[in-house]
Ligand binder design. Sequence first.
Ligand SMILES: [Fe+2]
Ligand SMILES: [Fe+2]
Length: 177
Amino acid sequence: MPADAFVAKLNEQIGHEFAAHQQYVACAVHYDGETLPQLARFFYAQALEERDHAMMMVQYLLDADADAEVVIPGVAAPQVAFSDVVAPVALALEQERRVSEQINELAATAREERDFTSEQFMQWFIKEQVEEVATMSDLLRVVERSRDDPMEIEQYLAREHPAGEGGDPTAPQPAGG
Ligand SMILES: [Fe+2]
Ligand SMILES: [Fe+2]
């Protein structure tokens, strides 16, 4: 049975992941409106990943114990207006860094509580955050360099992050997935 302190924090994290989903949809819609289809596609895909993260956490609580309460929270409205092509990516990198801290905090709580099953559950998310921060820092460098020539950014994404990439067989199962 997962530790109460861990369950409480994981429920909070479900909210953060759903908020990240909403924020990435907002970024995607912004780029779609600017007719930057690769940037839009990239953020629509990132949004789905965040939704999956939330649903993996939901599934963990459902599996872990019948007594573990699952809370599906409301989320604060995302930022929808952006000053330029760089701003959504800068916001995304900030968000991913914050989530990395939250994920590390969750693993630390599990360890403090000697809840080693939950600590192990968090390992995939730790690895995932390293990748997401790296992907977003690379993209920020590209958009900053090519802010006056967004077609360069579009080509970079088409080349480095083509449609349909992903699918990690080691990922936890999302609820309903
Ligand atoms: Fe996430
Ligand atoms: Fe993320």
